[in-house]
Design a protein around this ligand. Structure first.
Ligand SMILES: *[C@@H]1O[C@H](CO)[C@@H](O)[C@H](O)[C@H]1NC(C)=O
Ligand SMILES: *[C@@H]1O[C@H](CO)[C@@H](O)[C@H](O)[C@H]1NC(C)=O
Ligand SMILES: *[C@@H]1O[C@H](CO)[C@@H](O)[C@H](O)[C@H]1NC(C)=O
Length: 453
């Protein structure tokens, strides 16, 4: 993981696909405009933006702790100061205004509000005032805030109790969300609960590349399970307690690559479907259909039996939990960055559990597409390609598979800190934006609202 040295300002689009418009199919430039009520915004997250990591009573987060070990961060560094948004938020709002965006996606740092993670262990009034002032200023400037409650920075005090591995994390998050809705919901009308639960579970608890840096592969589905329950509890709190008065919307942001079968064989096509099922269906199926995908349950079970650990399958939801999770979004946030090729492969190298080993496939980059420099100074081996069609395909897939949910694209873009001349970024944004415009043209796909962040 690389800590941002400048807060990444990326493109974000929000609007309504209410009109049928001219289609730029096959073209590589934007041939037409988004509908008038389509809006553009930008997004950030607390940890790489705010700095002030221990100022005015803020508690430590798992990322503060993780960054103390310089070998966890490419090139070293930490986020003690980062973009200094805690002190410079007035300048930031001014910049947003000059940019002309109508929406700003930000996240709350949980330990800035609750230094030890729970109300019982104390609230931090200075942190609460900070978010209150920032939100007031945004609204006063005609910019609607979209607030993410959890963008990966769990209070370290809760990590010491097991973090998201601990089933009590569902209650911790529910209570934190309840407090935030009550305190800020008069001005914040768009909320996402948990940002990219795939990364929280896989990168935090299996690959260890993100905080808390654990390498406990058997734990990944348990963490995902708790994240889903925590999300759904927060959604229900809002709906039952606040929605009538506050009239806002609550969703979740899921990240997914798009996957393309490497060959036209049945085996390759099935591997392609598995990749999407594990990456997106793992979270989207419970939310829209009430349970994990059947293929995922069967595959993990048969893997564990052959590994001699039949007790470590996917966790199961009770009937009441299924009912609580199903339909627990007013909109679906989609984070998308890249497309990968998929080929079938039985992984025999790994005796134990493993998120990718479970899927019986290999992922590859399609090198026939133009290569993009992605922070070349720290990422010489990165291989991002210009494959904007993947975003369109993903949105079309979500629309068809999950019965036309309202979709916001909550993350998309290419970081390119350090140079002003970043043609690759221009190319990326043009390609992906154009792809969305093309997708939107196909009115049958009917995603209602859309945002690139
Ligand atoms: C720092 O992180 C590296 C890589 O994860 C690990 O091997 C090392 O033990 C850690 N050092 C400390 C002091 O925790
Ligand atoms: C999980 O959290 C509860 C509540 O804070 C705590 O009592 C328990 O010890 C935690 N479990 C672990 C394994 O840390
Ligand atoms: C699962 O089974 C393995 C092997 O029998 C055992 O070592 C482990 O403790 C069990 N785990 C749980 C959570 O029951």
């Amino acid at each position: 993981m690389f800590l941002e040295r400048c807060s990444a300002v990326s493109l974000l689009v929000l609007g309504f696909a209410s009109e049928i418009i001219f289609c730029a199919q096959g073209s590589d430039t934007i041939m037409d405009k988004f509908p008038q009520d389509f809006s553009f915004g930008v997004g950030s997250a607390a940890f790489p933006t705010e700095g002030a990591w221990d100022t005015d009573g803020k508690g430590a987060s798992i990322w503060d702790e993780f960054a103390k070990n310089s070998s966890n961060i490419q090139g070293g560094g930490d986020a003690k100061k980062s973009g200094d948004g805690y002190h410079k938020y007035r300048d930031d709002v001014q910049l947003l205004k000059e940019l002309g965006v109508s929406h700003y996606k930000l996240s709350f740092s949980w330990p800035r509000i609750m230094p030890k993670g729970t109300i019982a262990d104390g609230l931090n009034n200075a942190g609460i005032s900070y978010y209150s002032d920032l939100i007031d200023l945004l609204v006063a400037n005609g910019i609607s805030p979209l607030v993410t409650l959890y963008h990966w920075d769990l209070p370290q005090a809760l990590q010491l109790k097991g973090g998201w591995s601990n089933r009590t994390s569902v209650t911790w998050f529910r209570n934190y969300a309840d407090f935030c809705f009550g305190r800020f919901g008069n001005k914040v009308k768009m909320w996402t609960t948990i940002e990219d639960p795939f990364s929280v579970a896989y990168k935090g608890y299996e690959s260890g590349e993100h905080a808390p840096g654990l390498r406990t592969p058997g734990e990944v589905y348990n963490v995902g399970h708790n994240l889903l329950l925590a999300h759904a509890e927060a959604y229900r709190v809002y709906r039952d307690t606040y929605k009538t008065a506050q009239k806002g919307q609550v969703g979740i942001s899921l990240s997914s690559d798009w996957f393309v079968a490497k060959s036209g064989t049945v085996a390759s096509t099935l591997a392609d479907i598995r990749a999407l099922t594990f990456r997106l269906g793992w979270f989207a199926d419970p939310i829209f259909k009430g349970d994990y995908p059947e293929t995922m349950k069967q595959l993990v079970t048969s893997k564990r039996i052959s590994q001699g650990i039949p007790n470590q399958t996917l966790p199961t939801f009770s009937v009441a939990e299924k009912a609580m999770i199903k339909g627990s979004v007013d909109f679906l946030g989609i984070n998308h960055f890249k497309t990968q090729l998929v080929a079938p492969n039985i992984d025999t190298s790994s005796a134990g559990p493993g998120f990718y080993a479970d899927q019986n496939l290999v992922l590859e980059t399609d090198t026939s597409y133009p290569k993009l420099e992605f922070r070349p100074e720290t990422n010489p081996n990165s291989d991002r390609r210009l494959m904007g069609f993947g975003l369109r395909k993903l949105l079309q897939y979500v629309t068809a598979t999950y019965n036309k949910p309202v979709i916001y694209v909550t993350q998309n873009g290419l970081d390119s800190c350090g140079t002003l001349e970043d043609q690759n970024r221009v190319d990326y944004i043009r390609d992906y934006t154009n792809s969305v415009l093309q997708g939107e043209c196909a009115a049958l796909y009917g995603f209602n609202e859309l945002m690139l962040g």
